[in-house]
Each structure stands twice: as structure tokens, then as C-alpha cells.
Design a protein around this ligand. Structure first.
Ligand code: ZN
Length: 459
């Protein structure tokens, strides 16, 4: 049951000012006779996801049951003195009001920004930098689907003779050390994006339009929150076009974009021709039975359909495994990145390939591990608040899962790893809920943050 205190220590270590950040979220009075402070309610909302309860109703069953220690632990986490645990509708009312509070930036998104700022300042993410830049994957995902018109912003999708109403989201996630995937900014894609695209273009083209438009808004909010941060975007082939390259220029970010033959056929042809003309731009390495071959072109020229001229670089990777497995990739790389024998492998493994983490460790984990991303935690218009709380909770959980505290806990119990101790990493949330319910967490867990060191496990 030591997972609970390990969670508290993790939060205290990385984010000693977390409660002050929560205090900045507006405090619109709730209708309830008993009013709860925002800090308490926000922690309660975060614990919905930290405990992976899966639905808002579960809060009433898991955290409100009489005779448990939840109130005690929650009060100490939030440094509050509440006398009761709210019912889940009280939380929902409060979050609806937070959502409605007019602010240029969503107040919960501000809390997320502060957590990321702090990790950057602590240099926790430095190990994952490529040529000094933090690598950020940008990727879209389906999010909520309803059978009825849920709000005026729903995207519609035909499914047989029925119409589905859905919401999509575009995420910028830092691809950090120890395969952490940390939400940096989120942008919802809605019917406004579709409305602006010409209806006579194909569905694929409109989808691309939608995402490219949303990506500009996404990067605007990234730049508003992190104006000077050195960034390298890791993007899929959708961005291998003039509009994608323009993102790099407008938002001062480097680019590593998946390059497929079909993306820009003429440029692909030129790339292949130039590869044969510069045989010196080649590196071969062997590792664990794999043979890695990297080849690259230093200068590719391209004029897009808007007559903008671009100068790019491109990398081709071919790998062959011990059992004859084949792996074949190519990327377009913005001209500001240095591609050489010394840097090419790092670009491939540090910026190109990790894009898959975003899908695997990011969206899949959030959809399938109990975080239940595709569940409508509220069917009202403020569902996005839950989305943001989920993102913050997932950051906290990853720091716990990948941090050295759990490893040390396992070692002291004579086990090799946290997984050996807890059965699986998925069990961490269950253990946390157990611990929250059944054990008053000891004072020392809430003690001075400076006394402990937590490292992320990259092995
Ligand atoms: Zn809707």
C-alpha cells in the first residue's frame, strides 16, 4: 500500500507549487449548500483519472463510501479542511462553471502548462532533446462519439444509414525520456474546420484541411505558453506539403516529417536520384543482431502549389533484423537540423521513430488502460474540461510509473522491478485507489519536497 505515499512524494517532488496553481482556477460559487473550494474539487477530479475509475459515477462508489480514508487523504493532498466528499454532480457543476468562465486560455490548460514549465526548468526532459530541441509529436485522434446531436460543434459522420456525431482532438505531446508522452497542448477539431473547407474536395482532402487548420491553432497556443522553447515537431505524412512546411516557418519549429512516395511524388523521385549521387552520405551500424543503414540528402528543393520555395533535407532508413525482419522509413527534415554521420541516427531514433509512442503510449493508453478517454465524462458542452484533467493526471501517473520511487519500493520488497512487485503497471492505479481508501497516508509523505530525488527510468 506504499504506492499512495509514492504518488504524493512524486507530486511534491516535481510540483511543490501544484496547489497554488490549482488556486488560480476560478471559484464560481456552486449551488450546493456546502461549498467546496476549487483546490479540493480539482484534486477530486484529478483522482477520478489517477485512480482510473473509468466513469464519473464511480466516484460516488469508490471515494464516497463511509468508513474509508479518502476524505482524510484528499484534504491533505489539497491542504483543505472539508468535512464531506462531494457527490459527482457537484464536481460536474463546478467544472461546467470553470469551463464557462471567460478566459483567453482555459484555466485547466494553464495548470498543465505550469506542470510542463516546471519539468523543463528541472531539466527532467533534457535527455530526450535532439540537437537541443524538445521533440513534440502532433497527432489527431477520434475522441467522443454520440448517436444524437450532442452540441452545435459536433462533426458528423455517416455510418450506414445512421449519422454519428463526434469530436476529434489534435494533441501536441512531448516525446520525453523513458518513453513518456506528456501533453503540451490540445486543440479540438469541430465542424467549424469542416465548414471552411470547400465541400467539393474529397473526404481525405477535407480531413487533411481540418487537421492542418487545427494544427495552426494548436501551435499558436504552444507558442503563447512557451514562446522561446526550442522545438522539433515529429509529424506524419499528412504534413509533407507546403502548408506543413509553413508551420515550421511561422512557429519557429524544426520539422521531421514522415516522407512517403505518394506524399510529393516529384520530390520523392528527386530524393531517390540524389541518394544515388551522394554515396558518401551513408552510415551503417550493427546492434543486437540488427543492421541499420542511414542515407541522406543535404539539399532538396521544392516549390509548392502556392509557389512558395522550400529547401529541405531528407533521410532514408533501412533496417534488417536477425530473423530477416525489414524496416524501411524516410523523413523530410527541415533545413535547420544538422544531418551528418554524427547526428543522423539520433534524429531517426530521437525524433522520427518516437512518433509512434504518441499513438501507443499516448492515445492507446488513454483509451484502453482505464483512463477511458473515449468515455463522455460529461455529456454537456464542458466535456473538454475532463479531457484536460485526464491529460494532467496522465502526466502525474507517468512520472510515478517511470520514476525511481516505485523501483526502489520493488527493490526493498526483494523484487526486480515495479512490474514484478505490482503484477503489471496497470495495477498501479488499483493499488492507488486501495491505498487512498484504506490507509491514512503518513505525514512524512507530505514532507519537504527537497529531501528526495526521483529519476526517470530510461532503461
Ligand atoms: Zn458535440
Amino acid at each position: 500500500m506504499k504506492v499512495g505515499p509514492a504518488f504524493v512524494r512524486t507530486v511534491r517532488h516535481f510540483f511543490p507549487d501544484f496547489n497554488t496553481w490549482l488556486d488560480k482556477v476560478p471559484d464560481p460559487r456552486c449551488q450546493e449548500r456546502i461549498t467546496y473550494g476549487p483546490r479540493f474539487l480539482l484534486w477530486y477530479g484529478l483522482l477520478l483519472f489517477v485512480g482510473k475509475l473509468g466513469s464519473r459515477r464511480e466516484l460516488d462508489f469508490k471515494y464516497r463510501e463511509a468508513g474509508t480514508c479518502v476524505l482524510d487523504n484528499l484534504n491533505r493532498l489539497a491542504q483543505t479542511d472539508q468535512q464531506t466528499i462531494p457527490c459527482n454532480d457537484t464536481l460536474d457543476d463546478y467544472l461546467a462553471k470553470v469551463h464557462a468562465a471567460e478566459a483567453p486560455v482555459h484555466p485547466i490548460a494553464n495548470v498543465r502548462t505550469k506542470t510542463i514549465h516546471r519539468l523543463i526548468r528541472m531539466r527532467v526532459l533534457d535527455e530526450a532533446r535532439v540537437q537541443g530541441r524538445l521533440v513534440v509529436g502532433v497527432d489527431g485522434s477520434g475522441y467522443l462519439v454520440f448517436r444524437w446531436e450532442h452540441c452545435r460543434h459536433c462533426l458528423t459522420q455517416k455510418c450506414g444509414d445512421r449519422i454519428l456525431y463526434c469530436h476529434k482532438v489534435l494533441e501536441a505531446k512531448i516525446l520525453g525520456p523513458a518513453q513518456t508522452v506528456l501533453s503540451l497542448a490540445s486543440e479540438f477539431i469541430d465542424n467549424q474546420d469542416l465548414a471552411d473547407s470547400p465541400a467539393n474536395t474529397g473526404e481525405q482532402q477535407r480531413k487533411q484541411d481540418c487537421e492542418l487548420k487545427a494544427s495552426r491553432r494548436l501551435l499558436q497556443s504552444v507558442r503563447a505558453a512557451f514562446p522561446q522553447l526550442l522545438l522539433c515537431l515529429s509529424l506524419d505524412a499528412l504534413y509533407a506539403c507546403g502548408a506543413g512546411f509553413q508551420l515550421g516557418k511561422d512557429f519557429r519549429v524544426s520539422l521531421v516529417i514522415v516522407f512517403k512516395e505518394g506524399s510529393i511524388p516529384t520530390l520523392w523521385q528527386e530524393f531517390q536520384t540524389l541518394l544515388t549521387l551522394c554515396p558518401a552520405n551513408r552510415l551503417e551500424e550493427r546492434e543486437n543482431g540488427w543492421r541499420h543503414e542511414y542515407r541522406w540528402v543535404d539539399e532538396l528543393h521544392y516549390v509548392d502549389s502556392d509557389r512558395r520555395a522550400w529547401k529541405l533535407k531528407a533521410i532514408q532508413y533501412q533496417g534488417e533484423g536477425p530473423k530477416g525482419e525489414k524496416s524501411h522509413w524516410a523523413w523530410l527534415v527541415s533545413y535547420d537540423l544538422v544531418v551528418s554521420k554524427a547526428t543522423v541516427a539520433r534524429i531517426v531514433w530521437g525524433a522520427g521513430r518516437p512518433r509512434w509512442w504518441e499513438e501507443n503510449q499516448g492515445f492507446n493508453v488513454q483509451k484502453n488502460s482505464g483512463l477511458n478517454l473515449e468515455h463522455a465524462y460529461s455529456e454537456k458542452e464542458h466535456f473538454g474540461v475532463y479531457y484536460l484533467l485526464l491529460q494532467i493526471a496522465h502526466v502525474l501517473l507517468q512520472l510515478l510509473e517511470k520514476g525511481s520511487l516505485l523501483r526502489e519500493l520493488a527493490r526493498s520488497a526483494g523484487k526486480r522491478s515495479a512490474v514484478a512487485l505490482l503484477g503489471s503497471l496497470k495495477n498501479i492505479a488499483d493499488c492507488l485507489v486501495e491505498s487512498l481508501r484504506n490507509w491514512v497516508w503518513p505525514d512524512e509523505a507530505f514532507g519537504a519536497a527537497g529531501k528526495i530525488q526521483i529519476r526517470l527510468d530510461s532503461s
